[in-house]
Design a protein around this ligand. Sequence first.
Ligand code: PLP
Length: 412
Amino acid sequence: MILSSRSKETKASITLKVNEKITQMTQAGKHVYNMTSGQLPFRPAGEFITAISKQLNFLKSYQYSPVAGMPKLRQKFMQYVESKRGINFTGSSDDTQFDCIISNGSKHSIYNVFGALLDPGDEVIILTPYWVSYPEIVKFWGGVPIIVKSHAFDAYTPPIDKIEKTISNRTKAIILNSPNNPAGIHYTDEWMKNFAEFLKDYPELMVVSDELYSELNYFDPKPTYFYQHDPGLLKQTIIIDGISKSLASTGLRIGFCIADARLTAAMATIQSQTTSGPSSLIQNALIEFDFEKMDGFFNPVKEQLRECAQIVMRAFRDANLAHCYYQTNSAFYYLLDFSRMPFFKNMEKEHEEEDLSSYIVDEILEKTGVALVPGSSFGYPNSARMSMTLEVAVFEEAIGKLMAYILDKKLS
Ligand code: PLP
């Protein structure tokens, strides 16, 4: 069997490897604090579950959906984004018509966007730390990821002048992911305002704004977006969102994209020849479901995230490692930057590799039972992503173990 070079060049998800190890350890009777999760351990809003159950006997819910999704739901998603962001798609720019296309999860939306946008050799600017699939999707379509680095001491926000320096005549798009997976922060309003100013000099540059975690913020101020500072920039904007995080429904596979109707039409063509439209059953349930009910659903989730974030802050402060800490405020992740920790200098001397993420994550798992995702997969070497989704008491216990590891290393 000779597999395609494209399939060989695509990197497998790192979480698969970590999860294999977790399974082995649990089977061997060891306790694992699984902090690798990319989903919320909550049931979706009750009203949404009821709306799904109402569709179960409805024949149309088992038949093909229109390729781009059900018109009523596409409209509802557009209205939802308009009301949440305080924008208006009609009349925001002179001649652009906007439309919404629904896909099988927002990963699928992003995949279709780049299929519709990129020619081989086109460059896409990606900011670190990034969500694992961005570079892989760009490469899959023949594009070239151009990476711009950020640092923990800037709360993982890359400077705009650094972004500007990477622009070339092949630059097609930039991906913004705010709130960010894996950093657990959103870019400040000031940053978004400056980004809007910067964009005015690059009218051809498209911005893929992945807003999947926009509702998941637990410390003020709330996330804002560059186009709120200048709605004329919407014509350069491709908004990505979905229900995986906001309705804790990763398995139902609904994501959407709002953009210039010429782009969404091209995406629909790709979708028509690949997956067809997404689940009719879930779309019908979403048409029925009152999106206002999401706010109530979020309250306990946000409360838990606030508590967990405070536990992390206290742990770093009590261990006299406050300089290694940064304040998260959204999504449900924390990115540990090992290179800022006192133990790292010694460890660096003992190893030749430039990125020790996997080595450290393996050692932490073996010694403490705390499972993390190595940061190399997020374009941020010598780090690890920690999900704050464990129940508070268990989370606190896991942080205690993690700190014991870090402090023990510090002494050695
Ligand atoms: N974008 C970001 C930033 C994510 O973290 C994820 C999933 O974790 C996705 C997109 C894809 O989500 P889904 O395809 O489940 O909508």
